[in-house]
Design a protein around this ligand. Sequence first.
Ligand code: M6R
Length: 363
Amino acid sequence: ELGVYEDFMMKEIHEQPEALRATLAGRLDAEGRVDLSETGLDLRHVNRVVVVACGTALHAGLLGKGLIERLARLPVEVAVASEYRYADPVGDENTLVVAISQSGETTDTLAAVEAARYFGGKVLAVTNTRGSLITREADAVLLTEAGPEICVASTKAFAAQVAALDLLALELARVRGTVSDDELLSLGRDLRRAPEKVAAALALLEGKTEAAVELFEDARCSLFLGRGPAFPVALEGALKLKEISYIPSEGYAAGEMKHGPIALVDEQCPVVAILGEGVLREKTLSNVEETAARGANVVAIAREDDAAADRVGRVVLCVPDAPEILRPLVWSVPLQLLAHDIATDRGLDVDKPRNLAKSVTVE
Ligand code: M6R
């Protein structure tokens, strides 16, 4: 079943283009038009969105929040399901609750859905598992089509969740009229290129992680930094690394470094920095320069031929240029490969990390 791959994690990382293609199929046409009528939801009266999820699904939710707020101008709260379930949450019947769960069986996420019932919110389940418990609890279902994910560390399911939330953001923007038709179609056509761009990232990064892996050989801990859409990607990169390599790793908004975490930085605390684009790239660069000045070995995630990345990074992992909506997916690829290669370099079983289960059906 593994084919040419040494483990399921590597296989599933490489299945991301197909997971994206299948998740977008039938929901996004060649002109860039989104069709989510399969959910049967009337989104016209939605005045607030609450995302409930755990772990990687929560990070997909944070990316969804950024896009929904920017395009559909709706307030979005992203809640850790295990907290939300006991939080006496606020909402009304116009609150759309988006519950994200690869397995569809996560106890805390199911309980968070139940908590949302008290205020009458409509629940949309974004799940990878047909017939799972969450599909029965929710009012509507948007299936991610990543196929079975065996590795405990989620990769292709995450990509599919991000794509599903991109579709939802475009649909909410259309219904609310917050983005012009032309711009919506153009964003839709960009989104259609997700499989191609993620495949390009995989091709570009093939066999390129060795120097970065070396920087982690004596690592005590590590920091993952990003701003804007790169921040949730940093959180996800840190989760991936800690769960399979057991190196304490934290994701931080790059601008928060000076408020505490920079005290951790030395030669044994590598910093993985997603530089991003535009104004935020400049800001991130200056935050990362501060860590480099304090001895951090920096792995910079940047576009090819980025001279500033070469200056700040001991190692640069290059990603292809991509439309804005696709960048989080593209940035995730080097972080997944890095986590995988650091863990296998340590001789660890990446598919079955210690103390973890694929599906967390206990509280
Ligand atoms: O099945 P779910 O999406 O509800 O699972 C949520 C988390 O348990 C899961 O994403 C976990 O964080 C992964 N091990 C991350 O790689």
